[in-house]
Every structure is written in C-alpha cells, then in structure tokens.
Design a protein around this ligand. Sequence first.
Ligand SMILES: Cc1cc2nc3c(=O)[nH]c(=O)nc-3n(C[C@H](O)[C@H](O)[C@H](O)COP(=O)(O)OP(=O)(O)OC[C@H]3O[C@@H](n4cnc5c(N)ncnc54)[C@H](O)[C@@H]3O)c2cc1C
Length: 443
Amino acid sequence: MKIAVVGGGISGISIAALLKKHTDYDVVLIEKSKNIGGKASSIKENGYLIEKGPNGFLDNKLEIKQLIEEFGFENNVIESNDASRRRFIYSNAKLYELPSNPTKLLLGDFFSTKAKLRIFKEPFIKPNFEDETLEHFVIRRLGKEMLDKVIGPMACGVYAGNPKNMSMDATFKRIKEIERQYGSLIKGLVKLMKQKKATASSTAGSFSAKLMSFKDGVGSFIEHLSKGINTIHDEVLSLEKSNNRYTLILKNETICADSVIFAIPSYALSSIIKNIDEEFSEKLREIGYAPLNVVSLGFDKKDMPNVTNSFGYLFNLNDIEDTIGVLFDSSIFNFRADKDKLLVRLMIGGAMKQESAKKKNIIEIAIKELQRSAKIYQPFNFSHIEKHQKAIPQYGLNHKQILKEKDDFEANHKGIFITGNAFNGVSLNDCVKSSYEVLFKIK
Ligand SMILES: Cc1cc2nc3c(=O)[nH]c(=O)nc-3n(C[C@H](O)[C@H](O)[C@H](O)COP(=O)(O)OP(=O)(O)OC[C@H]3O[C@@H](n4cnc5c(N)ncnc54)[C@H](O)[C@@H]3O)c2cc1C
C-alpha cells in the first residue's frame, strides 16, 4: 500500500516517520519548499542559534517525549535554565515580574483594588455552559483588567491571537471545562491543586511543566526524523479520486496513492480538495491565520538590564504598539549564543496587530521597543528577520463545526486523513499527538 504525506512540517514529518517505523507501507512525503520543517526550523549564524518559529515544548505531554525516545534523540534534549522561570508583563510603562505564586500576584500592587475585588467575585458568578470568545469569558468571570494584563497577553504570546475572536472550547478547552464542572475557576483550581498536591507528594511528581528544547534547535529534531523518508520537493496543486485510489497533481509530476495524509495549512488544503468537495473547501477558508514577524537580535551581554536574565515579557493589551512578546532566547536555553552574548527574539504583529506585521522598518520597531520596555540601549551586533505571513491558525467560534465537517470529509473519502496545526492544537505537542492518532487509525 502506498501512502502520500503532504506537508513537511512537524505534523507531516512525524506521521511519515512513524508510518515508516511501524508499518510496511510505501511512504512518500511531498513538501513544496526546498527545506523541510515548515514553521519549525533553526539556523546557525554568527555564533547564534536562531529559531525561525517554535523554540521548545513543554514536558507535560507524553507524545513528543515518546517520539523523541522512539527515534533515539533523547541525548539532544535540553532543559530550560532556571532563569526562564522569571516572566514579566510590561504594563503602564513598567515591567512587572510575575510571582510564581498566583496569590502573591493578586495581593501585590499589579492589579488595581477594583480589579482585585472583581477577581474575588469570581466564585459567585454563574457558569455559562455555551462556548464563547476568550474576551467574553474573561471579562464575564474575572473582569477587564485580568484580560488586559494577564490572559490577553498570554493569548497573544502563545497563539498570536485576538481574545475577541478566540473560541474557549477550541483553544482553552480545559479552562472552560473547569467552569462547567465546578461552576467557578477559583473553586475548581483550588480543588485540582489539592488533588495534584496529594498525587505529587505520593509520586514525587513535578507540579509544573518544564520548557524543553534541543541542543541544536527544534529544526535539528525535524531533520533527524526526516532521515530516510522518501521526500519529493514539489507543490501539490490538486487531488483526483477514482476507484478508491487518489492521484495527486503536483507542479512537476503526478503521484498515485491508496491513502493521502494532509499535514498542510487549511488554506492550502482548501485549494487542493476544491474539485472533490467544494463546500468543505469553502469551510476551510474560514480559518484565519495571524501574521507574525520574528526578529532575532544579538547583543554583547555586558551591562544588560536585569530583565534580560529571564524568559522574557508580554504586554498589557493597552500597551502593545507593534510587538506582542519579547523572549531572551539565550537566557532560556544554553547553546543559543556564546557565553558573552545575548540573543533576543521579538514577535511583531499577530492577530491584534496585523498592520504591524506589514510594516517595512521592522528592525527599527524592534530596537525602539527594546529601548521603551527593557531599557536596552546597546547596539546590536546581529539581526535576522523571519516573516510569517500566515504564522498561526486562529480557532474561532466556528471551529467545532469545522472539525465536524473535517470528520465527515474523512468518512466520505476513505483513505484520506487530515492533520496539522489548523485543527486540534497548534503546539508541537499537539501536532505530534495528532500524528500518533493518525497512526493508530491507519495501522
Ligand atoms: C513564530 C512561531 C513561534 C512558535 N512557538 C512555538 C513554541 O515555542 N512551542 C510550540 O509548541 N509551538 C510553537 N509554535 C507553533 C508550532 O510551531 C506550529 O504550530 C507547528 O510547527 C506547525 O506544524 P505543522 O507541520 O502543522 O505546519 P507547518 O509547519 O506550517 O508545515 C506545513 C508544511 O506544508 C507545506 N505545504 C503547504 N502547502 C503545500 C502544498 N500544496 N504541497 C506541499 N507542501 C505544502 C509547507 O511548506 C510546510 O512545510 C510557534 C509558531 C510560530 C509561527
């Protein structure tokens, strides 16, 4: 049996590698770009290790750890440094260090008295069992200041998202479940913490997830996985179906397969399947993508402000100009820069600042931001810009319906499987989890 995997990002490469390892199928991977990795790609320049996209993964999910072990890459895994536990929010012209204990955050001077009173009202607010946007949810349960200063910035930092449009069920499912189950977030979290503490003390398990990566960058793992996979570098333009076999029309050739796994962005899939299912093709167009510019800047470490010895910082939604997050990559992980150098990454744009991602003077914007918020005035000695016009898919209130139509499409076209970050989570962990799910369906 021949299986074609379309798309060579983490989603496509991981499923292709798993199929090759666990089945006898003839697997071919088709990737339109001359490089593999998609968003997950690392380069080394001038002594800096630049991540064009993701810089790591959390160790609280099983699948990616399993994948690393299955493919013998454990020795290349690195843990984030202790400095990366320090995180800041830029708010009202000041950087606030977030305490590790949420109670301290609530009792300190980060929130106004009005906001604190509003947060303490949360256990008395009636649950809403329906899906809703992140903005609606947070304002309803915790108030606007919590949205602007904590949850909104996190949504920007993780999803480059806009809280006005993000579906709770599709993006923050667990939090919505806590509301549904316990009637209140505070009550639910207190109960869960107690349960976790009991388990943690009996199993000596760890409370919080740790950020991990690879010594030579996320891209090194993708390259490792891709070894030995039969790869064609060409773009798939369309798909034809006859007698339960599929023909993929590429720019330069055609490929016949018994099964096709799509691991590409939803807009790309939409064009390919248009002649097979116009309705689903249209539905896929509803998934929006946030644009993002990733600017990496290298500096001499000497005399840098204290904040640079941390993970980095996010912005109060009211204080965002063009940048939505600043990461001190060389403080988070070793092997990102020489010992006397600092590597900073700025995320410019996102769903809330789409216009910012289109601006031309990106380096100037980055420098001004570092001066304004981090008080970094030193000259940079290295720069790299990575422009992602469609960086991260955004799951809106229609996402549940899109997932249903995706399932229907797969059921109507036996042998077709759809995976990738447009559907069941954007993190590397989620992408790998989806690949294992596809493997179990096919085996
Ligand atoms: C700036 C940034 C930072 C991030 N940081 C993190 C992080 O720290 N941790 C984390 O867990 N996640 C992070 N993410 C999210 C995560 O990196 C992505 O969700 C994930 O890498 C997506 O993988 P994918 O394989 O599903 O899609 P992609 O990486 O987009 O891969 C899709 C591939 O399909 C190919 N393709 C498209 N059309 C066709 C076609 N017609 N024919 C053939 N090939 C085609 C593309 O060229 C591409 O290689 C980040 C994302 C970005 C953009």
